[in-house]
Design a protein around this ligand. Structure first.
Ligand code: MG
Length: 438
């Protein structure tokens, strides 16, 4: 089997005005769908970051990919990422503190490779009539748990004008409203773990939010909070102290303060006070070179994996193993995504045994009107996605939907994510991301 064609579909997906320390989400998130056609008449696909740069990087890989045997992933990986991996080892202390995932130039090659790898594995699964996780060595679970990924948000359901989506949760800018959002998420999807995106309100209000969530759902629903480096070491320590009980029992504190050294200092001070809440990160651990460094410094106890920027599904298996050896936990990070990415994350988690936390997902923030998977939205049952008994990723594409979303992409004036610009436009003309803010 050979790949005959690499096809790229840039798409725009309606997205509510979700808040984080980066700013505010734009009315449409950008994604790219990658299609690989084969000499066997099969099509493999994947979904990845959107906008101009990711699209150009994928287009640049076309000459290398067309004509290749999709089973020969190792040589493709060496060709595409070896140089970047060496550079990453030299710059191991780099972080993506200031960059949204998908915009870090240092992992561009890894992201591009990942999108091709997943599409090749989908092709291989289809050629062998096996689910994707079974062609990379088999699975440790048949269903993958996801978390209720809660965001403070402004009013609005995403999209613009006649294309606006219904606003299911309304404005959520205080602790009580957040409990309402959480109730909706849990009633609808059955999630059994909660992640709160923080770094938006005053830390006292976010502490209060976590306390109300604990009161509402009880200690059997683990809680985690991720302010994306918005807090100083002092503030992080205060939050860790105040939420010592609420973040225990399977919860964690994710990227509370900036930098590896900052996280390590926070950890030392937490342990000195007997606070053992683990620190998780998708900011100071974004590549393999970071992992032993973060472990040695005890800056991170839980690494957030993500097949989209860690280098695909097989890389997540390596990461799972490395973290096991180093005694680190593994969870999974998410960006805005549709059903193809959701299935990629599910297969990746099914094949990576060290992942023991419910994975993050933005999926509930998107709607049926934006789904690119044929047959519509992928269901969560008790908060889990089941690995389907179908070849490859287990889903097919809805080409009419892709055409609609591509048309919308071409009408948009922006070609990259810019959450600060959204804040300046809608909230405060002088808004700037400041780290730490509190
Ligand atoms: Mg994070």
């Amino acid at each position: 089997m050979r790949i005959t064609e690499l096809r790229l579909h840039p798409i725009a997906v309606a997205d509510p005005p979700l808040r984080s320390s980066y700013g505010r989400h734009a009315p449409y998130a950008l994604r790219t769908v990658v299609e690989l056609k084969s000499t066997d008449g099969l099509t493999g696909f994947s979904e990845t970051y959107g906008g101009e740069k990711p699209l150009a990087a994928l287009a640049a890989a076309r000459a290398r990919v067309e004509g290749m045997d999709p089973f020969q992933l190792l040589s493709l990986k060496l060709d595409m990422t070896a140089e970047a991996d060496r550079a990453a080892t030299e710059a191991a202390a780099r972080s993506q503190m200031w960059l949204v995932p998908g915009e870090n130039p240092l992992d561009e090659a890894t992201r591009t490779y990942a999108a091709i790898e997943v599409a090749c594995l989908d092709l291989i699964g289809k050629a062998l009539n096996k689910p994707l996780c079974d062609v990379v060595g088999g699975r440790c679970r048949d269903e993958v748990a996801f978390s209720a990924y809660l965001f403070y948000k402004h009013a609005g359901g995403g999209g613009l004008g006649e294309d606006a989506r219904e606003d299911e949760y309304g404005e959520v800018l205080d602790p009580e409203a957040m409990v309402g959002e959480a109730r909706g998420f849990i009633a609808k999807y059955g999630f059994r773990e909660i992640k709160l995106k923080g770094g938006v309100l005053e830390p006292e209000l976010e502490i209060e939010t976590i306390r109300l969530l604990r009161r509402e759902f009880g200690p059997t629903v683990p809680l985690r909070i991720d302010p994306n480096c918005a807090w100083s070491i002092e503030t992080s320590l205060r939050v860790a102290r105040e939420l010592k009980d609420e973040l225990s029992g399977g919860g964690y504190l994710e990227d509370p303060c900036p930098g590896l050294e900052g996280m390590a200092e926070l950890r030392r001070r937490m342990l000195a006070e007997g606070i053992e809440t683990p620190l998780a990160s998708n900011v100071v651990t974004t590549c393999f070179a970071h992992v032993p460094l973060a472990a040695r410094m005890d800056a991170v106890q839980i690494v957030l994996s993500d097949p989209h920027y860690w280098g695909g599904i097989r890389s997540l298996q390596y990461l799972s193993h490395l973290c096991e050896v180093l005694g680190l936990g593994v969870s999974m990070h998410s960006n805005n995504h549709l059903g193809v990415s959701l299935m990629t994350m599910a297969h990746a988690a099914a094949a990576a045994p060290r992942i023991s936390y419910a994975c993050d997902t933005h999926y509930p923030w998107q709607t049926e009107r934006d789904e690119i998977v044929a047959g519509g939205r992928i269901p969560f049952v008790n908060g889990c996605v089941r690995i389907p008994d179908r070849p490859g990723l287990g889903v097919e594409l809805d080409y009419d939907q892709i055409a609609r979303l591509t048309e919308r992409y071409h009408k948009l004036p922006y070609r990259k994510r810019d959450d600060e610009a959204e804040m300046r436009q809608h909230v405060d003309p002088n808004w700037k991301r400041v780290l730490p803010r509190w």
